[in-house]
Design a protein around this ligand. Sequence first.
Ligand SMILES: Cc1cc2nc3c(=O)[nH]c(=O)nc-3n(C[C@H](O)[C@H](O)[C@H](O)COP(=O)(O)OP(=O)(O)OC[C@H]3O[C@@H](n4cnc5c(N)ncnc54)[C@H](O)[C@@H]3O)c2cc1C
Length: 412
Amino acid sequence: MPDILQKAITQPPEASPEGGHTQVLLDAEHLAFRAELRAFVLREVVPIAEDYERAERFPSDLLKEKMAPQGYLGIPYPKEWGGRGLDYLAYAMAVEEFSRAWGSLGIIVAAHTTLGIGPLYNFGSESLKKAWVPRLAQGEIIGSYGLTEPQAGSDSGATHTTARRDGDGYILNGTKVFCTNATHAASTTLTAVTGKDAESGRSRISAFFVPRDTPGVMVTKHEDKLGLRGSDTSTVILEDARVSEHNMLGREGEGFKIFMQTLDNGRISIGAMALGLAQCALDEGLAYAHNGLGLFKSLFAEQETLALLADIATDISAARMMLYGVAKLKDAALPHTQEAAMAKFFASEVAMRATDRVLNLLGRDGGIRHDCPASRAFRDVKLCTIGEGTSEVQRLVISRELLRNYAKGENK
Ligand SMILES: Cc1cc2nc3c(=O)[nH]c(=O)nc-3n(C[C@H](O)[C@H](O)[C@H](O)COP(=O)(O)OP(=O)(O)OC[C@H]3O[C@@H](n4cnc5c(N)ncnc54)[C@H](O)[C@@H]3O)c2cc1C
C-alpha cells in the first residue's frame, strides 16, 4: 500500500485526504464511523486484497468472520432487523472506503445490501422479512439481485422471465444474467412477468424473493470480467421454480416500480464505489508525486503533475459532495431519482478520468497488472459506468426528471 494511504488511514479523521468539505457535511458520528472503517480496512482488507483479487477468490471468510460481526453487511438497516442501525450516508461512506482498498469488496457489499436486501426490507411481507432480513443483514447469508436478462439490460422492462399463478404460489421460468454474488448467495430478488395489462398491452412485471435452495433454481456461468475479479457475477436459471405467493414483494404488477426505486438507492452505492476507486488512484498519484517531485527532469513535468493531481482532487471533491448530498436526501426520505442518477453518472465518469490519468502519470508502472492499486482501480471502475444503468441511461433518467419538473413548473 502506498505510504500516503497508510498515513491517511491512520491519521485522525480531521487530517483526512478529502479536504475540509466533508468536515462540514459530516457530523461527529459519521466522522467517527469513517475513522472506524479506515482502521478496519487497513487491518483486514488492505493486506489481503491483492492476493484475493489475483486468485479470483470470493472473500467469504472476510465477510463472515470479520465484517459480519462489525455489522458491515447490514449498515443501513435497524438493529432490531439485524443491521448496524446507521443511515444511508454511513453506508455510502462504507462502500467508498471498502472500494478504495478493494473494488471487489465494494461491489459485493453494495449488491448484497442495497439490491439483495433492499427490495425485501422495503416491500416484503412481515413474515417473509422476519424469516430472511435478520440473517441477511447480520451477514449470516448473502443476497443477490436479478433484473438483467440476455435481451433486457438497459431496457429492463423487456423482461422475459415469467411467473405463472399456481394455486397459492407462482411458477418461475427464465434466465437472469450478470447477477453479482449469485454463486455465493442464499437468495435472489428478481422480476418476472405475471401477465399483460389489458389496456396498454404492456407486460405486468412483479418482484419476487427467491431462495437459492428452491427446486428449479440453478446458478451457472461465472463471468470472466475485466476487473472486480474477487467478486462473483453469474447467471441464475429458473426452471419451473415454485415460490409461495408470500414471496412476492409488493403487489402483483408493482415489480418494475419497486426495482426502479431500488436502483435509485443502488446508484448511490455505485457512485460511492466509483468515489473509492477514484480516491485509490489519487492516493497512488499523490504518493508518486510526494516521492518524485524535485527529481523530475523538468519544471514543466513537475507543474504538469501538480496540475493533474489538482484536477483529479477537485473532481473527486465535487463528486463526493454530490454523493453525500443525495445520501442525505435519501435519509430525509425525499425524492432522489434525478440526484442519484447525477451523482452516479458524475462520480463514475470522474473515476474513469482519475484512474486513467494516474496510470499515465505512473508511466510504465501504470501498465503493471498486479501490485498497482491504481491499475486495479482502472479495471474495476468500468463497471461503474455500466452497472445499474449506463452513463447514457443516467442521462436519460436525468433529462426525463428535468422535463417532468419543467412541465410541472418546478424549475423556477
Ligand atoms: C460487473 C457487472 C455486475 C452486474 N451486476 C448486476 C446485478 O447484480 N444484477 C443485475 O440485474 N444486473 C447486473 N449487471 C448488469 C448491468 O446492470 C447491465 O449490464 C446494464 O444495465 C446495461 O445493460 P446491457 O449490458 O444489457 O447493455 P445494453 O442495454 O445492451 O446497452 C448497450 C449500449 O446501448 C446503450 N443504450 C441502451 N439503451 C439506450 C437508450 N435508450 N438510450 C441511449 N443509449 C442506450 C447503452 O448505454 C450501452 O452503451 C451487472 C453488470 C456488470 C458488468
